[in-house]
Design a protein around this ligand. Structure first.
Ligand code: AKG
Ligand code: FE2
Length: 253
């Protein structure tokens, strides 16, 4: 049986897909609690409750806290041979931005609501944004389900989009049984329903929750299949640095 001792003192047993946590000893338990009391230990149990109820969760923590919490809780990195699951996002002017990115179209202006990895056949389940330092450029999150008046229109299930993927194109809807997929830069509406879905999601942006990066070491967990997100207009282009880490649920059937 694989056994990993993590720096915070928890012993991690991985037995097939069953992951059990065990407190190593009383002394280490104390340091674990100390971290939690300082707000620098991410509780994935709390994150899961938040994601379930509102589609996002704000936590204090470093990237190292995130990696540790994710490995304990069965979040699986989406990294593969060619790409990492972690990226540093810096603001780009449109002319200098990577092709097919939101920045190539919107530059430093506010982004439209979108999900990440919409160009992938299987987009990530969870997107986590982290900022080590406060930044005045906020991120907004919009979750259709919690509010009765924000249930998605049928057009989001019916409208067909052409998705420009990696070396291929495919058809998709904005809302299928696995959840949301929407990015107006890589998805072109192909019919009137899809155009209605775009207009609806565009109009939803002002109803989003505003996430302020007003403390150091904040983590914003987003359920990428239930909620859409977007960066606001950049007001600190020289200094804003956000890390993005993407996962899929390890226990998803
Ligand atoms: O920087 C942010 O606040 C979010 C950026 C984002 O969502 C993206 O680039 O996909
Ligand atoms: Fe994004």
């Amino acid at each position: 049986m694989l056994q990993i001792r993590h720096p915070c003192g928890l012993v991690h047993h991985a037995d097939g897909c069953v992951v059990k946590l065990q407190i190593a000893n009383a002394h280490r338990m104390t340091s674990h609690q100390r971290l939690q009391n300082r707000g620098l230990m991410v509780s994935m149990a709390t994150v899961r409750v938040d994601l379930e109820s509102q589609g996002w969760s704000r936590q204090r923590g470093t990237l190292e806290d995130l990696r540790r919490a994710a490995s304990f809780d069965g979040l699986v990195s989406t990294a593969n041979g060619t790409s990492s699951n972690e990226r540093v996002l810096i603001p780009y002017e449109a002319a200098k931005a990577p092709r097919r990115s939101l920045s190539a179209v919107y530059g430093l202006e506010k982004q439209p609501l979108h999900s990440d990895g919409a160009h992938l056949r299987i987009p990530p389940d969870i997107v986590v944004l982290h900022s080590a330092a406060p930044t005045p450029t906020s991120t907004v999150v919009w979750t259709p389900a919690p509010r009765g008046d924000d249930a998605l229109p049928a057009a989001a299930r019916d409208g067909i989009f052409t998705v420009r993927g990696n070396g291929e194109s495919f058809l998709a809807v904005a809302r299928d049984r696995d959840g949301l997929r929407f990015d107006p830069v890589v998805m072109s509406p192909g019919d009137a329903f899809a155009r209605e879905a775009v207009a609806y999601l565009d109009a939803a942006r002002p109803r989003s929750e505003v996430h302020l990066w007003d403390e150091p070491d904040l983590l914003l967990f987003i359920d990428n299949r239930r909620a859409l997100h977007a960066r606001d207009k950049v007001v600190d282009a020289e200094t804003r640095t956000i890390s993005r880490v993407v996962y899929r649920w390890g226990d998803k059937p």
